[in-house]
Design a protein around this ligand. Structure first.
Ligand SMILES: O=c1[nH]c(=O)c2[nH]c(=O)[nH]c2[nH]1
Length: 293
């Protein structure tokens, strides 16, 4: 046998689809989550000896998620922290873990009391990483598709023999916003800050002239960090959903920026992390996030 040792490990139940209906009154409320629970700690013997004495079953983790939902869910970030508190206090060898959730938004149909449609374009995300006494909360969303039909351009880039792109000062800017932001505290009204960050991102997208998607992402990040002292870092991953002006000259028709061909691939992929100057990093908390953010 080669000389090996166990290094990083975590385990749990992935993608527990929990739908919590609050029906204290006839006007029901819905929270619809996809929750993943993973424990970290002393699981050495399970791997090296097949000794399951420390292995809280993934099935138990799943049951705990559903049992906790019975007491109400609240924000996904608060729910995940309750799970973290439980597993790290109940089992002495569980020293931390990673709890993640997606949340799907439901909107009332005609303001109806108990009928909804999947009304939120974006999927909300939350991650809680517990390491001993340290808790890191990362929130975000993906799938928020936005477009502005002018006030965007792209000029001043280097040109070489492979460059065919024409400079433009009037183009469509469209993207699917994926973003995650890291809090420097757990003392947060997470639902309220989520709504605020989403609104800041959308408002910033509309404002002013975009010199590039990179420029716009940076302005969104600056605005979020300026408004929210509890946020130290924000990441974006945004495809540049190209809209090419359709050349109608073949049949003698002009096209003053009105008919576009929406290409689906290839697409530019613009990704950036913007951090509050002087703030501490928590790079370990980002491990496990698929892709850039
Ligand atoms: O906003 C843009 N950023 C780029 O980096 C880029 N590259 C490109 O061809 N078009 C664009 N647009």
């Amino acid at each position: 046998m080669p000389d090996v040792k166990l290094t990083t490990n975590q385990y749990g139940k992935a993608e527990n689809r929990v739908v919590r209906v609050t029906r204290d009154t006839d006007r029901h409320e819905v929270r619809d989550l996809n929750v993943t629970s993973q424990l970290r700690g002393d699981f050495e013997a399970a791997h090296t000896e097949g000794d399951n004495g420390h292995v809280v079953p993934t099935d138990t983790q799943k049951n705990t998620v559903f049992a906790f939902a019975r007491d109400g869910v609240g924000s996904p970030e608060a729910f995940l922290q309750r799970l973290a508190d439980h597993f790290t206090s109940e089992f002495s060898w569980v020293t931390g873990g990673r709890w993640a959730a997606e949340e799907f938004g439901w909107t009332r149909i005609d303001d109806h009391d108990h009928s909804f449609y999947r009304g939120s374009p974006e999927v909300r995300t939350a991650v809680v990483v517990r390491d001993g006494d340290e808790t890191t909360v990362i929130s975000g969303f993906y799938g928020l598709t936005v477009m502005k039909t002018t006030e965007s351009g792209f000029v001043g880039y280097p040109k070489d023999k492979y460059t065919t792109l024409q400079e433009t000062t009037d183009r469509i800017l469209a993207t699917d916003i994926a973003t995650r932001w890291r809090y420097n505290t757990t003392d947060v009204d997470f639902d309220k800050v989520y709504d605020s960050v989403k609104q800041i991102i959308l408002s910033t997208f509309t404002q002013g002239y975009s010199k590039a998607l990179q420029h716009t992402l940076y302005q969104m990040a600056e605005a979020v960090i300026a408004t929210h002292p509890e946020i130290d870092e924000i990441k974006f991953s945004c495809p540049n959903k190209h809209h090419f002006l359709s050349d109608l000259s073949f049949c003698g028709i002009d096209n003053p920026g009105e008919v576009f061909y929406a290409a689906d691939r290839p697409y530019g992929l613009i990704e950036a992390t913007i951090q509050r100057a002087g703030s501490e990093t928590r790079d370990a908390a980002w491990v496990g996030i698929a892709g850039f953010c």
